[in-house]
Design a protein. Structure first.
Ligand code: UDP
Length: 475
């Protein structure tokens, strides 16, 4: 470790889709500002996944990574996303050990974690390290979190439910059903609301919030957040879009890139629900039949279906299986030549940047969304969990770069609807308009990251702040 450099510590929560943007932020920081060294502390709930190890192995020498000893949450059954917070809170003594060891050798100018890691902020404060939130979701969601404490204070205690539609400065109106956590969020006595209120209060107490977005993506919200800085909110630094770049997790184990090489330009719909999104068995079969009915080419990453939870595969093993066990009988044979089904981890950014791709049917996780923006790929949105319905709202209603299939009264999307939306995106007039708007966003994203761009300027502002942090005086 070079002690003349400013040292930054980052703590992503468990889960590949959190590790990716943290690491990309660190890579951009050390590549653009050569006076920094980063340590990435990674909590675990078991042996580190192969994909995480591959990401870590490809890091430059100016970024160290430490996997913490695994914690267990076998005692939990309820909320499949609760382990994200608990992995950090159950790792506090290991986090303290790593930080104390670093502080004995060097001066740490900043500590960054996301909202699942907020319990670590007490330890960081005790050690006098300036703390920051790295927010890997849209600025709109950040704004919602920051708005909650004020909203809660303004409502009389007798009002139990939040309004049907939330109006936050700079945002399009957000219907309650699209809040993270769904309808339960509206109930001020419910666990979901209390958890988000707690996050909203804690994240307002840090020195700054770094958000993986950029001005042209969410201009109204970002301007409102920056105007509110100082008075109520900490300064907000949009430094995105930060998307996955080169690591051996990007290997083409399934051969899907070779398959794409043989497809006509813009002809293939890529279908994937992120690192762990799952459909019920019936919905998975219906999606298969809808894709077949659309007669469009597709590349589909199929995960094992799960009737209980839409995020079932998020923290679990992503081992391969025989897709014919879960797809409709004869589907694979009938669609040979029309589509390719894979069950392995795929190199998503290389897929999205491939000329054969014409659209992406996605659960609209924020990383996948930003990857579409960077490569200019229009979307069909199929949100499943977390803040994905809000992401879908931004893409469909605000940016107008995506279509959303309609579900029936039971929340089930039928094959005819799927086929119609897929055809519209891939060969309809509306699909062309969405593609043009996505092309404009792609240019705006490239501008934000260029030498004089807004996200580059935000990163430089942070870097100069961190370079000037003085080491605490020893009494
Ligand atoms: N990803 C990938 N290969 C896969 C599945 C996912 O490279 O087979 C990457 C994808 O490119 C993105 C991340 O994993 O960077 C998924 O993050 P996102 O926020 O879209 O969804 P989440 O996994 O959090 O639901």
């Amino acid at each position: 470790m070079n002690q003349s450099k400013s040292h930054i510590v980052i703590l992503p929560s468990v889960g590949i889709s959190h590790l990716i943007p943290f690491v990309e932020f660190a890579k951009r920081l050390v590549s653009q500002h050569n006076n920094f060294h980063v340590t990435c502390i990674i909590p675990t709930n078991g042996p580190p996944p192969q994909i995480a190890k591959a990401i870590v192995e490809a890091l430059p020498t100016t970024i160290d990574a430490i996997f913490l000893p695994p914690v267990s949450f076998d005692d939990l059954v309820a909320n499949p996303l609760a382990p994200l917070t608990l992995t950090v809170s159950r790792s506090l003594s290991s986090i303290r050990n790593v930080l104390e060891s670093l502080l004995s050798k060097t001066h740490v100018a900043a500590f960054l974690t996301n909202f699942f890691g907020i319990d670590s902020l007490d330890v960081v404060k005790e050690l006098n390290i300036p703390s920051y939130i790295f927010f890997p979701s849209p600025a709109t969601v950040l704004s919602l979190f920051l708005h909650l404490p004020k909203l809660d204070e303004s409502l009389s205690s007798e009002i139990r439910y939040l309004p049907e539609t939330m109006k936050i400065p700079g945002c399009i109106p957000i219907p309650a059903e699209d809040f993270p956590g769904g309808g339960t969020f509206q109930d001020r006595k419910g666990d979901s609301f209390k958890r988000f209120l707690h996050i909203g209060k804690r994240i307002s107490s840090v020195e700054g919030i770094i958000v993986n977005s950029f001005t042209d993506m969410e201009s109204g919200v970002i301007i409102a957040l920056q105007d509110g800085a100082g008075a109520n909110n900490p300064p907000v630094y949009p430094t995105g879009p930060l998307v996955q770049t080169g690591s051996s997790s990007e290997e083409d184990r399934s051969g899907c890139l070779r398959w794409l090489d043989n497809q006509p330009l813009g002809s293939v719909l890529y279908v994937s629900f992120g690192s762990g999104g799952t459909l019920s068995r019936a919905q998975l079969c219906e999606l298969a039949l809808g894709l077949e009915m659309s007669e469009q080419k597709f590349l589909w990453v199929v995960r094992r279906p799960n009737d209980e939870s839409p995020s079932a595969a998020y923290l679990s093993d992503k081992s391969q299986f025989d897709p014919s066990d879960v797809l409709p009988s004869g589907f694979l044979e009938r669609t040979e030549g029309q589509g390719l089904v894979v069950t392995s981890w795929v190199p998503q950014t290389q897929i999205l940047s491939h000329g054969a791709i014409g659209g992406f049917l996605t659960h609209c996780g924020w990383n996948s969304t930003l990857e579409c923006v960077v490569f200019g790929v229009p979307q069909i949105v199929w949100p499943l969990f977390a803040e994905q319905k809000m992401n879908a709202l931004i893409l469909v209603e605000d940016k107008k770069v995506a279509l959303r299939p309609k579900a029936n009264e039971n929340g089930f999307v039928e094959r005819e609807e799927i086929a119609k939306v897929v055809k519209e995106l891939m060969e309809g007039e509306e699909g062309k308009r969405l593609g043009q708007r996505m092309g404009d966003l792609k240019e705006a994203a490239a501008r934000a990251l260029s030498k004089d761009g807004s996200s580059t300027a935000s990163l430089s502002e942070l870097a100069s702040k961190w370079e000037n942090v003085e080491a605490p005086k020893v009494e």
